[in-house]
Design a protein around this ligand. Structure first.
Ligand SMILES: [Zn+2]
Length: 243
């Protein structure tokens, strides 16, 4: 299963691993038992290795048929398998925030809709990450241009129906970007992340959602930003020209 349909119409991709929008949920009842199961299997394996009866071990626990693997790899495999046995994946839709819990058995995943800000909920984040901005909503928006005028940076996105979203950063201290123009069809940011920097600055980060592995990004250290639609932006530029 490469993707899954969400109630909102979005397709949730299930291919990226590890995904920042997927978690694995473990029941508290299982959590208690997992240590004991790991201990049991690891000692069974170590005994087998010491007594030269590894073949029997693999026969009994045929899920780990890796006779050439090191002790460390086998034990890591045991732990991984047990964790995947007792956890259930939960996928978050990056458009509407619904979390789809995979049910036990053959039931379809069950959606839960958030009542508050949800971006980044299932993600591991470093300490200096402050959160995702609720606006701009950049779903299906492609980076169009980045223009710098002194300490101002205008970042423009267009959505599928050619509507523009303009994010205007002010008090800009630095601008960094890595945008590789390959065949994936452009830079799709989806979210604007806000990171700690020296006050009064923040580090604002757009990451290419479809190209996280290559780490494409646009980072702007600035005092703040405003959202403008195209008309407002043009009117402002004209005013500036007149002035
Ligand atoms: Zn959705």
């Amino acid at each position: 299963m490469g993707q899954m349909g969400c109630t909102c119409g979005n397709r949730i991709g299930l291919v990226v691993y590890p995904s920042p929008h997927t978690a694995h949920v473990i029941a508290e009842q299982d959590l208690q038992g997992i240590n004991a199961r790991v201990a049991h299997l690891v000692s069974a394996y170590l005994d087998a290795a010491a007594n030269d009866t590894k073949d029997q071990f693999y026969e009994e626990y045929h899920r780990f048929p890796r006779p050439d693997a090191t002790h460390g790899e086998i034990i890591a495999g045991i732990v991984d398998t047990l964790i995947f046995d007792v956890t259930r994946p939960a996928y978050q839709c990056i458009y509407c925030g619904r979390i789809w819990f995979e049910s036990r058995g053959s039931e379809l995943p069950l959606p839960f809709k958030p009542e508050r800000e949800w971006r980044g909920l299932l993600e591991t984040q470093p300490e200096d990450f402050l959160g995702y901005e609720p606006q701009p909503a950049l779903h299906d928006c492609k980076l169009q241009s980045v223009e710098q005028h002194e300490d101002r940076v205008d970042v423009t996105f267009t959505d599928g129906s050619d509507q523009h979203v303009l994010v205007r950063f002010h008090g800009v201290k630095s601008l960094e970007q890595k945008i590789s123009h390959d065949d994936k069809g452009g830079f799709y940011a989806h979210f604007l992340g806000r990171w700690k920097s020296t006050p009064p600055f923040h580090r604002y980060l757009f990451e290419d959602y479809y190209d996280r592995a290559d780490g494409d990004y646009l980072a702007i250290v600035a005092e703040g930003y405003t959202l403008l639609d195209n008309l407002t932006a043009n009117a402002e530029s004209n005013n500036e020209m007149v002035a």
